[in-house]
Design a binder for this molecule. Structure first.
Ligand SMILES: Cc1cc2nc3c(=O)[nH]c(=O)nc-3n(C[C@H](O)[C@H](O)[C@H](O)COP(=O)(O)O)c2cc1C
Length: 356
């Protein structure tokens, strides 16, 4: 029996298997609006029976986008094309989550296939970035403006409003993006947060922004599932670390967060990561063991046996895969075949199964 293909019951939803499409920016939105690209891109994973699809980082304010091609949910008008996607996935019997995000100092970039550089505020498609402290990611970049308390509260409220919209659209899971060096992570890490007010300094102060967001959105969550993606470590001296991650997750568990999605890195340029298969699994395992919260793991999980083993050995409850799904959008069907698990294919594709 495959554990990877066993269902996972959350409080209000049940994933039909443990394979989740990791959020992946497509840089294909127009003024924050989803396009046909997003419908086809996300829809194909529902056709191929992913346990859950998490939509790319979707910004709660215009200046929170990584690039001008990012999705947004800062106005009601953004809702209609997103609802088409959610309705399609639900029509296939699937589940879909949305990753709510703000890029902070890592915002205002070009689309990566054009350039990875930041766009200056006075250039087309660029804008002034914000952050906990006025420290740029690259020294040559235009520095972010340090947020004052009023602006911090406005961003917290933008997360709340985006959540209200996401729930109304029908997303099953809300995932907060607190990883990869984006705004929430910038508050968590002492390397990017050098504030001296109640949002900086001690561990309690650095986690306050994230906890304030959770408190603000919680009443809007209804019967949906709240997930948080964290970077378990900055991979850098003096940065956010695994011990702090464990403590944070223990607190988030008491606040209603149902799943922690464990990634790593992204805060600073001088991070030192040895990237290899399963390299982030030990972080997930430690967090799962110490907190008892449902835990997802991600990063270079490339084949079915590897994924099955992680679940079997109780190192994580959920497997998120990114690039594997770009290589083969029907990865779940392939993994099922490799593990000799018979899962139903959509009727329209059933004849394809005959030739396996
Ligand atoms: C094209 C692309 C876009 C990505 N965008 C996001 C994103 O929006 N949010 C996020 O948390 N991670 C993002 N990631 C990271 C993936 O979700 C995933 O964590 C990472 O690719 C490692 O998993 P993998 O080895 O299975 O690809 C992105 C990765 C890729 C390749």
């Amino acid at each position: 029996m495959s554990l990877l293909f066993s269902p996972l019951a959350l409080r209000h939803q049940t994933l039909s298997n443990r394979l989740v499409v990791s959020p992946m920016c497509q840089y294909s939105a127009l003024d924050g609006f989803a396009t046909h690209w997003h419908l086809v891109h996300l829809g194909q994973f529902a056709i191929a029976k992913a346990g859950l699809i998490i939509q790319e980082a979707t910004s709660v304010v215009a200046e929170g986008r990584i690039s001008y091609g990012d999705l947004g949910l800062w106005k009601d008008e953004h809702m209609a094309p997103l609802k088409d996607i959610v309705d399609f996935v639900h029509g296939q019997g699937g589940l879909i989550g949305i990753q709510l995000a703000h890029a902070g100092r890592k915002a205002s970039t070009d689309k990566p296939w054009i350039s990875r550089a930041q766009i200056a505020p006075d250039e087309p498609n660029g804008w002034q970035t914000v952050a906990p402290s006025p420290i740029p990611y690259y020294p040559q970049e235009n520095p972010p403006i340090a947020l004052d308390i009023v602006e911090i509260k406005k961003i917290i409220d933008a997360f709340r409003l985006a959540t209200v919209r996401a729930i109304e659209i029908g997303y099953d899971v809300i995932e907060l993006h607190a990883a990869h060096g984006y705004l929430i992570h910038q508050f968590l890490s002492p390397l990017t947060n050098q504030r001296t007010d109640e949002y900086g300094g001690s561990f309690e102060n650095r986690i306050r922004f994230l906890l304030d967001i959770i408190t603000a959105i919680w009443p809007a969550m209804e019967n949906r599932s709240l997930w948080v993606r964290i970077s378990a470590t900055d991979w850098a001296e003096g940065g956010w670390n695994l011990e702090e991650s464990v403590e944070l997750v223990k607190i988030m568990k008491t606040m209603g967060v149902e799943v922690v999605d464990v990634s790593s890195g992204g805060a600073v340029r001088h991070q030192e990561i040895t990237v290899k298969e399963n390299y982030q699994v030990p972080f997930a395992q430690r967090i799962k063991e110490d907190t008892g919260l449902l835990t997802g793991t991600v990063g270079l999980i490339k084949n079915a046996k590897q994924a099955e083993q992680i679940i079997e050995q109780n190192q994580a409850d959920i497997i998120l895969i990114g690039r594997g799904f770009l290589q083969n959008p029907h990865l779940v069907l392939q993994f099922a075949h490799e593990l000799k698990v018979d899962i139903p294919w959509v009727s329209q594709y059933a004849r394809g199964k005959e030739t396996l």
